[in-house]
Design a protein around this ligand. Sequence first.
Ligand code: FAD
Length: 100
Amino acid sequence: MLHECLSKEEFHDPVRLAEAIKRLPVTFRRPRPLDEAISTGGGVRFEAMNGQLMLGALPGVFCAGEMLDWEAPTGGYLLTACFATGRAAAEGVLQWLAAR
Ligand SMILES: Cc1cc2nc3c(=O)[nH]c(=O)nc-3n(C[C@H](O)[C@H](O)[C@H](O)COP(=O)(O)OP(=O)(O)OC[C@H]3O[C@@H](n4cnc5c(N)ncnc54)[C@H](O)[C@@H]3O)c2cc1C
């Protein structure tokens, strides 16, 4: 980002480079399109599912990952949460099928 914002001279001047690092302007104009969104709000509420992520209103239908209504700070843990809820839902599917 600094390369984009500074001239070559500014970039090689340690004082001006330090100033730029501390005051790098990042202007927010609008969100990126939904296709590029890392995480989106909304989804299936936890109250609508049992402990194995099966929908109370639709027995046999399980939810996981970004289907769930979670608010999480990004930083690399969304995939972990998706895998974990996927595993929990898969175990729920196996138990549900075994009980039938
Ligand atoms: C650019 C970007 C960078 C990211 N970086 C990170 C990162 O560094 N670390 C991290 O932890 N997370 C990251 N994430 C978030 C992470 O990738 C997602 O949270 C995660 O992949 C969601 O997994 P999911 O299985 O819930 O959904 P998805 O991966 O979206 O899977 C849903 C699947 O369902 C399919 N589908 C949709 N509708 C239908 C339908 N009607 N019938 C059949 N199939 C359907 C889709 O094609 C898709 O394959 C990033 C996301 C983006 C967009």
